[in-house]
Design a protein around this ligand. Sequence first.
Ligand code: UGA
Length: 464
Amino acid sequence: MKVSIVGTGYVGLTTGACLAYLGHSVTCIDADSAKVAELKAGRAPFHEPFLNELLADAQRNLTFTTDYAAAIPQSQVIFIAVGTPTGVNGAPDLKYLESAARSIGQCLAGDFTVVVNKSTVPIGSGNWVESLVREAYEKHAAEKHAGEKHAGRKAEDVFAIASNPEFLREGSAIFDTLYPDRVVVGTDQQRTREVLYSLYRPLLEQDFRAPVYLARPASMGAVPLISTDIASAELIKYAANAFLALKISYINEIGQLAEKVGADIEQVAKGIGLDARIGRRFLQAGVGWGGSCFGKDTAALISTASEYGLDSPIVKAARAVNARQRERVVEKLLDELKILKGRTIGILGLAFKPDTDDLRESPALDIARKLIERGARVRAHDPVAMERFRKENPDLKVTCCESAEEAARGCDAVVLMTEWVEYRELDWEAIRPTMRTPVVLDGRNHLDRARLVTAEYRYLGLAG
Ligand code: UGA
């Protein structure tokens, strides 16, 4: 099928590359011409495992452009995958969505096109996007057919809207897209459902050839397609992200108690997670969630609920616990070092999670800021996010280091903020004598505690 994708961020580009890999003919549209030039040269604009490989594999089915008119008229399916950052009062800012919808409407000319919203949008946005596309289409058709008897084809014969929320995680975006737990499609029309079923058929039936670098999991069967109305699909997205966020905050709340009573939070998480009703995943205790999704989507859910006069005490509590975890890092360092002014703290890991260079809402940046405010000097290292960090945070007075060893040198304490595998495997024994005082705060419960204690570190966890 012929597909266009508006927006080449994590969601748009991953979706485009995967659909092209599955055999569809995909055009990715982005307003940023520098980004489009990079993509044309075969380079992904961000770090995501296997994305460059997939772009190379899917190359013959993929094109990139800044020009809507070059792609939209031929498309059978158009995905909107633009950013919806937090705006006023927690509600998402929908300016990119609005502009994409209008540009699509102006260019629609095919037989029948399904416009699919993949951006995370407030409940009810499906109708709004529909009206924007319709308005732009009708205005353009009226201008084109001015003076003629017929004003062109009716909007409802030309396009329909669907919601198809995305559940991929950064760092495992390709895996999550090729091997999803479910696909959710929200639409009120059978015709639209059928178009999207045809598009996703290879994914749903899992009969495509798996990439050599990303094998299909042995347990993988057919993927369930959840077919809903538009509002339900939109709510599924928010409810899923908020639930995952509160699962993390729950384990962090229990972690605080574990610390007081001398229990091991890792064992507790395993012990409760093996109950199939609870599930093992997203029970990793630590400094809490960061990234562009959980903070934004929990805020949006609370904001939407309040528009209907509803409070969201559980989601609010999840956010409060998450903010508290960051404070606890500073408090723990203060307890240990007594004075932060003039101390040097090394931060290992700047990205909000491993396998990405994304720094949005990263706990590491927040903690670096808090430490600097208290007069500490901060040295930092990340295996892939240093360049982006320098570019995006010119005002944050952090010494950027080429290696973890260099970041730890001369420090009064080292704080692990992102659980990169290589940090666990560092030569901690060799690092110890280079530090001023051998204090390690493991913000992700990721390091080998026994090994560090044997190497005569003072090991501090965030829980248990
Ligand atoms: C999240 C959801 O997991 C995806 O399903 C969703 O599609 C995406 O948001 C989105 O809405 O676009 P993402 O933010 O990329 O994905 O990454 P996650 O793997 O969910 O991690 C989020 C944060 O939670 C990270 O800072 C991670 O370190 C933290 N986390 C995760 C924990 O602290 N503990 C855990 O057990 C799991």
